[in-house]
Design a protein around this ligand. Sequence first.
Ligand code: NAD
Ligand code: GLY
Length: 367
Amino acid sequence: MPSPLSDASQQVRIALGERSYDILIGPGLLAATAPWQGLPRSAAALIVTNVTVAPLYAARLRAALAPHYRQVHEVVLPDGEEHKDWSTLNQVFDTLLSRGCDRKTVVFALGGGVVGDMAGFAAACYMRGVPYVQVPTTLLAQVDSSVGGKTAINHPHGKNMIGAFYQPARVVCDLDTLATLPPRELSAGLAEVIKYGPIADMAFLDWIEANIDALMRREPLALAHAVRRSCEIKADVVGKDEREANLRAILNFGHTFGHAIEAGLGYGEWLHGEAVGCGMVMALQLSRRLGLVDAAFAQRVSALIARAGLPVVGPALGAERYLELMRIDKKAEGGEIRFVVLEKPGQAAVRGAPEEMVRQVLADCTR
Ligand code: NAD
Ligand code: GLY
């Protein structure tokens, strides 16, 4: 299929056999015609969004979809990580059923990662699966959560514990939507951008360091490169290990500690990206204590995380609470906590670590 994009925009293919799809990246895509062509055909579409994003972008998406679907329904969810739960998910099912949506209805997830994860999970479940399209509007969602088909809701016992692997039909990243993102959310997205450097691409880490101020100023070319390169790295990893048999776990660098921070403080207290940023500092210190990277490298990446406006000191939940929360991480095996660590700069692996060492990291990195 020829590229549906103009020259100013870019396209990354995620190669998964019959589940392959494109990530379209560029300015003005919501109002453009091409990104909405060639999607699964249906009489009806459902836009899943939230109270913050709906007033900003839902009308634009609705107008773009109108030529393609006889009915364009909408469900507007409450905003926040604390609403990524069963009762909010049920609002999507209630809408699908009350509007008589059939098994061909196409779901459009318009918003950040919370909306994307919930809409994707709803699409995976509704009538045993309807197609969906990710329309991510946060930096974090454009560089990470909208890509790769992980969908989930939280459980009070653990983050993203109830979910499914279910790939979208397309991802449409309109870079213009990043203009309205609050600064704290931009920083949260930069955590996931930075992540790709130490785990997979040292040249990208160099580029992020050189361009962090431009990214913080939201310079369009810098943002476009960050989104494209992040999506390329993620597409490569997911293409090799869609269901996280092994390799894909490297994308969770910083997440074992980060998920514990999120759950320990109560979802929504720290943003996901903030917890990941701080979690990466902890994972760097663990890698250093394991003798895998030197102190200078750990310091270099931690300094970049700080320059992105992210916290580098974790909340003092107490080592016991951290350990308890990390034991129910999805990577844990037989009660043993497993961490994504750096084997060397630019390469990550999953492994266990002596509990005493983890306690030392927590003592060093929390206050
Ligand atoms: P989010 O979805 O909560 O969005 C952040 C905030 O920005 C919200 O208040 C939202 O309403 C608002 N917002 C969204 N777009 C906006 C815009 N363009 N302008 C102004 N405000 C806007 O958070 P997030 O950081 O996008 O996503 C975090 C979630 O993603 C977490 O639940 C995390 O677990 C999940 N996640 C999933 C994956 C995956 O692979 N599925 C990967 C990483 C993170
Ligand atoms: N964000 C981690 C993953 O998609 O695997």
